[in-house]
Write a protein that binds this ligand. Structure first.
Ligand SMILES: NC(=O)C1=CN([C@@H]2O[C@H](COP(=O)(O)OP(=O)(O)OC[C@H]3O[C@@H](n4cnc5c(N)ncnc54)[C@H](O)[C@@H]3O)[C@@H](O)[C@H]2O)C=CC1
Ligand SMILES: CC(C)CC(=O)C(=O)O
Ligand SMILES: [Mg+2]
Length: 359
């Protein structure tokens, strides 16, 4: 038996609890099959925490996460809370938990399953061989810079500031090079260095450390061009490393290569092996409570957790293989179904994947 690992579960709002329930079923199945042991502790987070505790990230939830080996997060937010007063905004919730846990690196793989090429809006020949990772800086940039309002000559003005220091850039870019070294040795550094000072510092930093990774082929791509090239030549990208907001946007775009944002998993990491694992998507208020959300992004996030935090490689591969086999057998939730009348629900998809996990 493996030693007991403490998992902090913050399911959140909307479809968060629905998809997290399926991920936990998968973890329970791998306990049986691979002799793993997990202790789950649940905490309030997001809108539900605002309603019950008056804050999106209660101290006991944060303490629970800090005391765990890994965090499993669903999604937070919804129309009820999105325009709330300052203290209840994402800065104090989602962004707050990432900062408080020191999770500066967000890894978002976009893998195209062959059998899902028909679910993408791109032609199958364009998608051929697409398997890329977006590495997004997660605790700096414009989401974390000072924000304020002031009276200007033409009425109220709003200011968001974007700040990056060399150390913040260097640690994430190094991770980009290191991940590229383990894959096909191609790194695209994405910035807007023709306009933004933070991007100029980003590019200078990338160029300064690039000679330390001579085996990695580096390209600099401006973010607007990258958004276009992701649809034109997705398979030419292997690892993309970029700042916070660009990575947020480009990874949602990359989701559509896979067929749906319901397919995109993510890992948020800091200096050690501790990590927070969550689907890339949000709380999807438009489909919440209907039992139709795709749980695969969250289930694949568990595979990332096993691989990156615990080193449970065999169990991680077993989960990924089970997902592939279920999709190959033709099972689809609505977001990835071409024939929507045959779509199955969240629980049915979770059950099929659980049944398909083999040792
Ligand atoms: N990590 C997080 O917790 C995130 C939270 N949000 C929050 O989520 C709320 C909704 O944001 P949106 O912009 O609508 O983005 P969203 O990602 O929640 O939804 C965008 C679209 O994708 C669909 N979708 C998302 N996940 C799906 C799944 N698993 N299966 C099937 N379809 C899925 C939704 O139905 C919707 O049509 C907002 O409050 C936002 O702030 C947004 C992004 C990330
Ligand atoms: C609060 C936002 C930055 C959440 C989001 O869209 C994300 O992290 O992907
Ligand atoms: Mg996002």
């Amino acid at each position: 038996m493996a030693e007991i690992k403490k998992i902090a579960v913050v399911a959140g709002d909307g479809i968060g609890p629905e998809v997290v329930a399926e991920a936990i079923k998968v973890m329970r199945k791998t306990e049986e099959l691979f002799g793993l042991q997990f202790e789950f502790e649940h905490g309030l987070f997001g809108g539900i925490a605002i309603d019950e505790r008056g804050t999106p990230l209660p101290q006991d939830t944060l303490d629970m996460c800090k005391g765990s080996d890994a965090v499993l997060l669903g999604a937070v937010g919804g129309p009820k809370w999105d325009n709330n007063p300052k203290e209840l905004r994402p800065e104090t919730g989602l962004l707050g938990i990432r900062k408080a846990l020191g999770l500066f690196s967000n890894i978002r793989p976009a893998v195209v399953f062959d059998c899902l090429k028909d679910a993408s809006t791109l032609k199958p020949e364009v998608l051929e061989g697409t398997d890329l990772i977006v590495i997004r800086e997660l605790t700096g940039g414009i989401y974390f810079g000072e924000k304020f309002r002031r009276e200007g000559a033409h009425g109220q003005e709003a200011i968001d500031t974007c700040v990056y220091n060399v150390a913040e850039i260097e640690r994430i870019v190094r991770q980009g090079f290191e991940v590229a070294q383990k894959r096909s040795k191609r790194l695209a550094s994405v910035d807007k260095a023709n306009v933004l000072e933070t991007s100029r510092l980003w590019r200078e930093t990338v160029n300064r450390i690039a000679p330390e990774y001579p085996d990695v082929e580096l390209e600099h791509v401006l973010v607007d061009n990258c958004a276009m090239q992701l649809l034109r030549r997705p398979s030419s990208f292997d690892v993309i490393v970029t700042e916070n907001m660009f990575g947020d946007i480009l990874s949602d775009e990359a989701a559509m290569l896979t067929g749906s944002i319901g397919m995109l998993s993510s890992a948020s990491l800091g200096e050690g092996s501790f990590g927070l694992y969550e689907p890339v998507h949000g709380s999807a208020p438009d489909i919440a409570g209907q039992g139709i959300a795709n749980p695969i992004a969250t289930i694949l996030s568990v595979a990332l957790m096993y691989r990156l935090t615990f080193g449970y490689e065999e169990a991680a591969t077993a989960i990924e293989t089970a997902v592939k086999n279920v999709l190959d057998a033709g099972h689809r939730t609505g977001d990835i179904a071409v024939d929507k009348s045959k779509a199955i629900g969240t629980t049915a998809m979770g059950d099929l994947i659980v049944a398909a996990i083999k040792r």
